[in-house]
Design a protein around this ligand. Structure first.
Ligand SMILES: C[S@@+](CC[C@H](N)C(=O)[O-])C[C@H]1O[C@@H](n2cnc3c(N)ncnc32)[C@H](O)[C@@H]1O
Length: 182
């Protein structure tokens, strides 16, 4: 079985959507960017093409082997076999561009946005549509606190048919930008 055929892994297959995520992030040479849940490297590859240093974080061993082979000759890409819930985050400024496992959306946002050190500069995430709406509404004390430090907005809807296999629900492009960025 191909790794991406595993239950719950919906690979972003629409190149136009991937290009939009990356263009929105604005990452380029000298930037550090993390692709959480890199899978087969669908987002990792065009991210590396911008000249940014990319950390491709992936928990699944088969995907890690595939990523390691695919990016063996690309010094800008570091494949990190780790769990996004526990992998150490950079101390220097970094961005995130990723189609994350939906079940871990809250955990990841907490890791990124509750840190004392605000080294997350920007994130462009693919998350479940309803989840994105709840986050940007900032109705809970936690999300309200996030929105004091970060701008959170939905840049657009991503149709479920833009993924393989096709999931049951649409997604959103969630944009996160650190406020007061110099
Ligand atoms: C929705 S898929 C996205 C794959 C790829 N980024 C893409 O868009 O084509 C989510 C990926 O996250 C990985 N994953 C799931 N749980 C993880 C965890 N705790 N830590 C790191 N990666 C995880 C899965 O193996 C899968 O490759």
């Amino acid at each position: 079985m191909l790794p991406h055929a595993r239950t719950g892994v919906h690979v972003l297959s629409a190149h136009a959507v991937i290009r939009r995520l990356i263009r929105s992030s604005g990452v380029g040479p000298d930037d550090l960017v993390i692709d959480f849940g890199a899978g087969p490297g669908t987002i990792t590859a065009p991210l590396a093409a911008t000249g940014a240093r990319v950390l491709a974080v992936e928990r699944d061993v088969a995907f890690v082997h595939r990523l390691t082979r695919r990016f063996a000759d690309q010094p800008l890409v570091k494949v990190v076999h780790a769990d996004l819930r526990t992998v150490p985050l950079p101390g220097r400024d970094f961005s995130v561009v990723a189609n994350i496992p939906f079940a871990l959306s809250t955990v990841l946002l907490r890791r990124l946005l509750n840190r004392r050190r605000r080294s997350l500069a920007a994130a462009d995430l693919v998350v479940e549509w309803g989840f994105a709406q709840r986050i940007v509404a900032a109705r809970t004390p936690e999300t309200a606190k996030w929105s004091e430090k970060y701008e959170l907005r939905v840049a657009g809807r991503i149709r479920r048919t833009d993924f393989r296999p096709v999931p049951r629900v649409d997604s959103a492009h969630l944009v996160i930008r650190r406020r007061g960025r110099e």
